[in-house]
Design a protein around this ligand. Structure first.
Ligand SMILES: [Zn+2]
Length: 319
């Protein structure tokens, strides 16, 4: 049933972006399902918005379409080069996170030949030129709020603050999230530019999440238009980093207690689940992130759940 909505949004994506050439913009489909839109007299790509990097996280596609409507109506004048990308549309058609391999662990990947690795190379042609980047995702479990998540970089944190206002940011220090390939935001940051991921909320075409996403995209357009100096932005947004990780055991069973969701507050000592019948408790006060309930028991996820630790920006800058 949802496929109909997806097909409608997909058709609209192509037709409305192409329609922008009638509004005085230069529109080019530089890669499959990826457009660069330039105001006349400009040739610098400044902002890139990407959706469906994970094929079953669809709300971002509707966000991009709404942004194009604002541009078409002339409500938002585009003063800088903007790219709009659909990460993994083959996975969207299958209603899956990915087809062969997680696209968001496939950037700058060597020696792996999958459809996703090839797609990452194609997307990289655009991503390596952009100054600012937002990748729209959604979560499996419900979430109390939309949040940003990205490797720590001072300017990316400031950008997250500007586009999200007071919604929480989750950031991690040092090193690759995953050894086998980069996330999209990580790849953009590696080029010395600003990249963040936005988690809008639980998967699906939720209208309030789409509205949130549009607001974030419009704030991003305004922020880069104003060329605000990110170095001087004071960070006041609630900030978290990864604390405890509950990993799935190499052999045996693990299970979370019912009712965990993203940003659910937990207290030290609170029971979070069981591993091989033994209770697992929160090691400190914090908030739950990415709890997993439904998965293939034959191929369980590496991480069953995270507990976030609340920090302030100064904690990161000192390290
Ligand atoms: Zn995702």
């Amino acid at each position: 049933m949802q496929l109909t909505r997806i097909e409608r949004e997909f058709t609209k994506f192509h037709s409305s972006i192409k329609g922008l050439s009638g509004c005085g913009y230069l529109v080019q489909e530089e890669i499959d399902n990826g457009y660069v839109i330039m105001p006349r007299g400009s040739d610098e790509l400044v902002l890139t918005l990407m959706a469906v990097t994970h094929g079953d996280e669809v709300a971002g596609l509707a966000v991009l379409n709404e942004v194009v409507e604002f541009l078409q109506a002339g409500f938002v004048p585009l003063q800088v080069g903007l790219a709009l990308l659909l990460g993994n549309y083959p996975a969207v058609l299958q209603g899956k996170r990915y087809v062969q391999r997680d696209l968001n662990r496939s950037f700058a990947l060597q020696g792996v030949e999958t459809g996703e690795a090839e797609r990452a190379r194609s997307l990289a042609k655009v991503l390596q030129r952009t100054k600012f980047f937002i990748d729209f995702h959604q979560t499996t479990a419900p979430s109390t709020s939309c949040f940003s998540i990205f490797p720590f970089q001072r300017r990316s944190l400031a950008f997250a603050q500007l586009v999200q206002c007071e919604q929480p940011a989750v950031t991690r220090l040092g090193g690759r999230f995953s050894q086998d390939g980069m996330c999209s935001d990580e790849f953009v940051q590696e080029q010395g530019n600003v990249g963040i991921t936005i988690e809008l909320g639980q998967k699906g075409f939720d209208p309030t999440q789409i509205a949130q996403g549009v607001l974030i995209a419009l704030r991003a357009l305004r922020s880069v238009n104003a060329a605000a100096s990110l170095d001087s932005v004071a960070v006041t947004t609630p900030l978290h980093t990864f604390g405890q990780v509950i990993t799935y055991p190499a052999s045996g069973e693990a299970r979370l207690v019912e009712g965990l969701y993203n940003f659910k507050k937990v207290a030290r000592g609170e029971r979070l689940g069981t591993i091989d019948g033994e209770a697992v408790v929160a090691e400190e006060d914090g908030a739950v992130l990415f709890p997993k309930y439904k998965f293939d028991r034959q191929r369980p996820p590496h991480e069953l759940c995270h507990v976030l630790r609340e920090i302030v920006a100064e904690d990161l800058l000192q390290e």
